[in-house]
Design a protein around this ligand. Structure first.
Ligand code: SAH
Length: 345
């Protein structure tokens, strides 16, 4: 079975014309897909045509398998795909607009030493439509439709490495920013990467203009290699060169993610290095208190220690904040819900 949500309007036009239908059907289908409708719900399409479509295609290939609503208003979701694969996502209400965290792969092959998503390696890439389906499902859960979107921002920070699934992720960006789909602005989408340098430059060259977040987590190549295998492939010098290029091409401020790991990356020397790494272009450092992952055994820090680190950075004129954490009362983060779900079955 093919997934109808994988196609853009031009491709849908070709599909409908091959089925003997006028091309405006493509826009109708597109709008329905992004409103979360299955074939039964596409009421302005001829019944016979809908039946014909459903013989060959799945409309939206995902259901919400479970949800966990937190006291703070955030909701964690477990989604189930048509092939049985499970991934997770989280919706976070912010005063400046609601954000949905989106996954781009089932599993991940980057193998970062603190992250639960990569424990079983990469299972498979998600297609553009499968990624979009997460947004469609949560928008529907919130009572939204294509014309009435209930989510303001997207962050590609769920499981997977988005730039390791480049073609599907960029197609996803084109799909969800389409006027007839969910009409997101590229500026309201953030893409987080462990730093795949060639694809950072490619993203800049191809003009997507999303906010780029780079998972830094260490300030020397040597210490970064201990945390992130990808640091064997790309140096911090290559990363800073790529993000400067990204800024020059897009005008977008660069965000660095920095998970505070006790005894690893919180020294005065790290502050100095962070200043050097982030100097000379608009940037911001998001400090994250590491989420404990039992298989990994690495420890985060206390609120006090995080505040002290932030204060040092601020004194050095490094733009930084501590990232607010959501949903602590409804289970793990970063791939742990999926692991628990699979382990229980
Ligand atoms: N692969 C991409 C995006 C997915 S991970 C990337 O590396 O950026 C999203 C963010 O969560 C990354 O910054 C990642 O390093 C961080 N992360 C992973 N495990 C974590 C943990 N246990 N605690 C805190 N942050 C974690």
């Amino acid at each position: 079975m093919k997934i109808l949500a994988d196609y853009d309007i031009d491709e849908l036009k070709k599909i409908v014309s091959e089925m003997g239908q006028p091309s405006f059907r493509a826009t109708q289908i597109f709008k329905w897909l992004y409103s979360g409708a299955d074939f039964d719900g596409m009421t302005d399409l001829p019944a016979e045509f809908r039946k014909e479509l459903s013989r060959e295609y799945i409309a939206v290939p995902l259901t919400i398998a479970e949800k966990f609503v937190s006291k703070d208003g955030s909701v964690k979701f477990l989604y189930k795909y048509h092939d049985g694969n499970i991934i997770e996502g989280v919706y976070m209400p912010h005063s400046y607009g609601d954000t949905l965290c989106v996954s781009t792969q089932v599993g991940c092959r980057m193998g970062c030493s603190f992250c639960a998503s990569g424990i079983g390696g990469l299972v498979r890439n998600l297609t553009a439509g499968e990624i979009a389906a997460q947004v469609i499902a949560v928008n529907g859960y919130l009572g939204g439709s294509a014309a009435n979107r209930k989510i303001s921002n997207l962050v590609l920070m769920g499981s997977g490495e988005p730039l390791d699934n480049y073609d599907n992720v960029t197609k996803f960006l084109r799909l969800v920013t389409n006027k007839n789909a969910l009409d997101f602005g590229m500026r309201s989408i953030s893409l987080s990467t462990c730093g795949l340098v060639e694809n950072i430059k490619r993203l800049a060259d191809e003009g997507y203009g999303v906010t780029l977040s780079v998972s830094l987590h260490a300030t020397t190549d040597e210490s970064r290699r201990e945390l992130m295998p990808i640091a064997h492939k790309y140096t911090l010098a290559q990363i800073t060169e790529a993000v400067k290029y990204y800024f020059e091409k897009t005008g977008r401020r660069i965000i660095f993610e920095y998970a505070l790991v006790k005894g690893k990356n919180m020294s005065a020397f790290d502050c100095k290095r962070l200043r050097e790494i982030t100097r000379g272009y608009p940037s911001h450092v998001n400090l994250i208190k590491l989420n404990y992952v039992k298989e990994k055994g690495m420890q985060g820090c206390s609120d006090e220690e995080a505040k002290r680190f932030l204060q040092r950075l601020t004194e050095m004129n490094v733009s930084a904040t501590i990232r607010r954490s959501f949903g602590n009362d409804v289970g793990g983060a970063c791939g742990q819900l999926r692991r628990n779900y699979i382990a229980e079955r």
